[in-house]
Design a protein around this ligand. Structure first.
Ligand code: CFM
Ligand code: HCA
Length: 531
């Protein structure tokens, strides 16, 4: 591995090499390893990262179904985020769902020159008149911050005028080094303005929230199906397939299950401080992780009947599934994978691949932070740079009226030793010695990896998928699932395995050599003496 990495790094100019070196490590369990992450991508390098606006509007705010999400900016920013992420939603009885729509102020040159505030106010008026949404979000794109449109003031006036919540997000694309900044900005506002504002009692015995779950390809529906079967009441998901009022009641849940910690750990932590409900890291990807997660949740509530029911559901769900998974494993045993996804999937899917006999030999995040690699306990060691300090850090305090300790403190401390309460371990710990971790992988490095390692499976996104496949390697879209799914939960594991086996064994990859590499494009001969 070291030899290969040296070859990659030597291809760079010395300054770039010095930078990239810090973002790459070979796992060695004898050492405490540190990886550089959440820093600026190098100009000129083809990165897969997105922007702050993508993380705020596209990822966290956009999936709330009954809000109209207005993008204040040029049409492209809105169009790009129109259903491409596949965050699905289903209308509630008598409710509203605007996920199919794409709302934008469509800023033109004259708006950039003379300001876009009036246009935004008009767009809100129109949206209210035509759609009567329960609430509205406004997301700022790059030019809005540059020209100084005051979207907060417009939101305030519109809220008074229309009598519905209008939330303004200053998530201009350039605000951070990646989508991650947008997650943080969105978390802050959801916490400040929505969570805790509805005290109408949620009925149910074991009340939970699903945080960091966005219902991509229907994942949340499969997860909820299983949780409901055990007996849990899901108060809200944040934010996949959620409504404004469901999120407003989130403070009533007794436990927050955190799937994608990268995008939502801020809210999880703030709810615990303000309302007293602890959070637990979960993983719904893969048969074993799903079952372990169910056992952890039952242990938290500590009820014998619940634990028994959990075992019953696990047995029922996995009986046939394990046989099916064994057939996939037989086919794939010994194959290798490279996994490169946003901020948590590159870790979450490794267990499921292992269940198929596939080892992940290179993995990395687009925009994960050091704790996503190394574990939550290293957070105090992270040096905050100017880019991170740029994003507002809000602090919340105990809400004297609504705070309640769900379980006694000594029991909570004891439980922390058994289940991942308030903690996540990070990707490094789950990888084998000798495997490679690369942060913010770029297209040059992707090419080098493919040439050297020829993996059977390359899990990544739309920006590099086709370049990988043109090199003759099967590449799966780990963001949109290539329009398949769900991939979470028990049924999801089977769907994923079935799709991957079909992908790996498709004969297409051997025909990927360009025709001109094997035969000349021009046919003919040069004859002498012909004029
Ligand atoms: Fe979390 Fe996500 Fe991901 Fe993410 Fe994303 Fe996504 Fe992703 Mo694309 S919230 S970090 S910002 S799991 S949109 S649903 S697939 S990059 S790995
Ligand atoms: C985003 C959304 C994205 C992009 C996916 C991709 C998604 O970050 O803006 O690059 O293939 O999941 O849709 O991550």
């Amino acid at each position: 591995s070291q030899e290969f990495l040296d070859k990659v790094l030597e291809s760079y100019p010395s300054k770039v090499m010095k930078n990239r070196k810090k973002h790459i490590i070979i796992k060695d369990s004898n050492e405490k390893q540190e990886i550089a992450a959440n820093t600026r991508a190098i100009p000129g390098i083809i990165t897969n990262r997105g922007c702050c606006y993508a993380g705020c509007k596209g990822v966290v705010v956009g999936p709330i179904i009954d809000m109209v999400h207005i993008v204040h900016g040029p049409v492209g920013c809105s169009y790009y985020a129109w259903n491409t992420r596949r965050n699905k939603g289903k209308i509630r009885e008598g409710g509203k769902n605007f996920l199919e729509y794409c709302f934008t102020t469509d800023m033109q040159e004259s708006d950039i020159v003379f300001g876009g505030e009036k246009k935004l106010a008009k767009a809100i008026d129109e949206a209210v008149e035509l759609f009567k949404p329960n609430a509205i979000s406004i997301s700022a794109t790059c030019p809005v911050g540059l020209i100084g449109d005051d979207i907060n003031q417009i939101a305030k006036q519109a809220q008074q005028k229309h009598g519905i919540p209008v939330l303004a997000f200053n998530c201009e694309g350039y605000k951070g080094v990646s989508q991650s900044a947008g997650h943080h900005i969105a978390n802050n506002k959801l916490m400040k303005d929505i969570v805790g504002t509805n005290d109408e009692e949620v009925i149910g015995k074991y009340k939970i929230n699903l945080l960091g779950e966005y219902n991509i390809g229907g994942d949340e529906w499969e997860i909820s199906r299983i949780l409901n079967k055990v007996g849990y009441k899901v108060v809200t998901t944040m934010t996949g397939n959620s409504t404004y009022e469901e999120i407003a009641r989130a403070h009533q849940a007794d436990l927050n299950l955190v799937q994608c910690h990268r995008s939502i750990n801020y809210i999880a932590e703030m709810i615990e401080i303000k309302y007293g409900a602890p959070w637990m890291k979960v993983n719904f990807i893969g048969v074993e992780s799903m079952s372990t997660t169910l056992r952890h949740i039952a242990k938290y509530f500590g009820d014998e009947d619940l634990m028994a029911k959990t075992e019953e559901v696990i047995a029922e769900e996995t009986e046939e599934l394990l046989q099916e998974m064994a057939t996939y494993k037989e086919k794939c045993e010994g194959k290798t994978a490279v996994l490169f996804v946003g901020g948590s999937r590159a870790h979450h899917y490794q267990g499921l691949l292992k269940e198929m006999g596939i080892e992940t030999i290179v993995a990395g995040y687009e925009f994960g932070h050091r704790d996503d690699y190394e574990g939550r306990d290293i957070i105090p060691d992270i040096k905050l740079d100017a880019d991170t300090r740029n994003i507002e850090e809000i602090t919340v305090e105990k809400d004297e009226q609504k705070y309640n300790l769900r379980i006694p403190e000594d029991r909570l401390e004891a439980l922390k030793k058994e289940i991942p309460l308030g903690d996540y371990a990070g990707m490094i710990k789950d990888m084998e010695d000798g495997t490679v971790l690369i942060d913010d992988l770029n297209h040059f490095e992707t090419e080098m990896i493919i040439k050297a390692l020829k993996p059977a499976f390359f899990g990544s996104g739309v920006k590099d998928k086709y370049m990988i496949q043109k090199m003759g390697v099967y590449s799966k879209q780990m963001h949109s699932y290539d329009y398949s799914g769900p991939y979470a939960g028990y049924r999801g594991a089977a769907n994923f395995a079935r799709d991957v086996v079909a992908g790996i064994f498709t004969p297409a990859w051997q025909y990927m050599k360009a025709p001109w590499k094997t035969q000349p494009i021009l046919n003919g001969k040069v004859e002498e003496g012909v004029e």
